[in-house]
Write a protein that binds this ligand. Structure first.
Ligand SMILES: Nc1ncnc2c1ncn2[C@@H]1O[C@H](COP(=O)(O)OP(=O)(O)OP(=O)(O)O)[C@@H](O)[C@H]1O
Ligand SMILES: C[C@@](O)(CCO)CC(=O)[O-]
Ligand SMILES: [Mg+2]
Length: 320
């Protein structure tokens, strides 16, 4: 029996970090995916391989440990945590492919987690639905990162453009939001777990100031929801720029992210901001009239990713 599953990356338009404290957020699945294939191992060891990420590890699924043969270990922790929830420790081979830049604010950890869990459920013939999968994947991200909101795993599971409300209700935007966005990313990676913890420490040291900032970010997300429903690009852009200011206050901005944000605006973007956890990683720029100029401007010193929003969430199948 072989099982495979794939899940999309995401980009957050509004609400990163504030969503961790229960504020609303808006994020969309994008056309980059992580693919996980599982089959019985040819030896008595469980093996994890990724040619795309250039790593290979032998997994000790019972003790959540691994021996790294090559590459960087980070993402393995999400896979081991998923295995500990579902797998019976029989020797398997896991092959991970992904065209999502890792540690770049595009939800690679969530996509890998969702795809791994879905492939494991298929492999073991365990019934699941999107609701249970999104929940389990959130538990994995929380266990690995210490703190995580349900946003990334939810978007990666369901696909589409999603509004997550204060009481964790998921609403899918019905608008055709094939909006003209450019994503820029630096070669300096962020680490979501660390950034979320740093924001919490800042908030603990300055509760009155930071609590107000976080609730303003929630308010801003609700204004943005209205602007998206009206396809009012000027308003969306203005709100993205305000959001960027708030993210800077939270301490997740970097020199490279700022460089991309301002270069995008200089080249005609009507809004630009960090997307994801920051500390490295990505920005997103709204540029209805000049995508090419903005992409060219960013690519002078950083990288550009052409993204499209996609309705396609997780998908999985088995083969005998
Ligand atoms: N080349 C690599 N190979 C394997 N793991 C990596 C590599 N580079 C980074 N990692 C790990 O991958 C994980 C990426 O998850 P993280 O949540 O930090 O980023 P992301 O999901 O891409 O972005 P975000 O959560 O902000 O949307 C981290 O644990 C990091 O240590
Ligand atoms: C920074 C954060 O809000 C988004 C990371 O993509 C963390 C989370 O929601 O878990
Ligand atoms: Mg992540």
């Amino acid at each position: 029996m072989k099982a495979m599953a794939s899940a999309p990356a995401k980009t957050i338009l509004f609400g990163e970090h504030s969503v961790v404290y229960g504020e609303p957020a808006i994020a969309g699945a994008v056309n980059k995916r992580a693919v996980v294939k599982i089959r019985p191992s040819k030896s008595d060891k469980s093996i994890l391989k990724s040619y795309d990420l250039n790593f290979e590890a032998e997994l000790d699924t019972e003790n959540k440990k691994y021996v790294l043969k090559k590459g960087k270990p980070g993402i393995i922790r999400y896979i081991l945590e998923a295995l500990s929830k579902v797998h019976n420790h029989s020797p398997i081979e896991i092959l991970l492919s992904s065209n999502i830049p890792i540690g770049s604010g595009l939800g690679s950890s969530a996509a890998v987690t969702v795809a791994t869990l879905a492939a494991l459920y298929r492999y073991h013939n365990i019934r699941f639905n999107k609701k249970s999968l999104a929940h389990d994947a959130h538990m994995v991200e929380e266990a690995v990162q210490g703190i995580a909101s349900p946003l990334d795993t939810l978007v990666s599971t369901y696909g589409g453009l999603v509004y997550l409300s204060r009481n964790k209700k998921v609403e899918h935007f019905k608008v055709n939001f094939n909006a003209p966005f450019v994503v820029g990313y630096t070669n300096k990676h962020g680490n979501t777990g660390k950034m979320v913890k740093d924001v919490r420490l800042l908030k603990n040291r300055n509760p009155k100031v930071i609590n107000n900032v976080i609730s303003s970010m929630g308010q801003l997300t609700n204004y943005a929801k209205q602007a998206i429903l009206k396809r009012d690009f000027d308003k969306i852009g203005e709100l993205m720029n305000i959001n960027q200011g708030f993210l800077d206050v939270l301490g997740v901005n970097t020199f490279e992210l700022s460089r991309m944000v301002y270069r995008a605006r200089e080249c005609g973007a009507i809004g630009s901001k960090i997307t994801g956890a920051g500390g490295g990683g990505s920005i997103i720029a709204l540029c209805p009239n000049n995508i090419d100029q903005v992409a060219e401007g960013i690519s002078k010193e950083d990288n550009v990713l052409k993204i499209r929003f996609t309705r396609k969430g997780v998908s999985s199948r088995v083969r005998d």
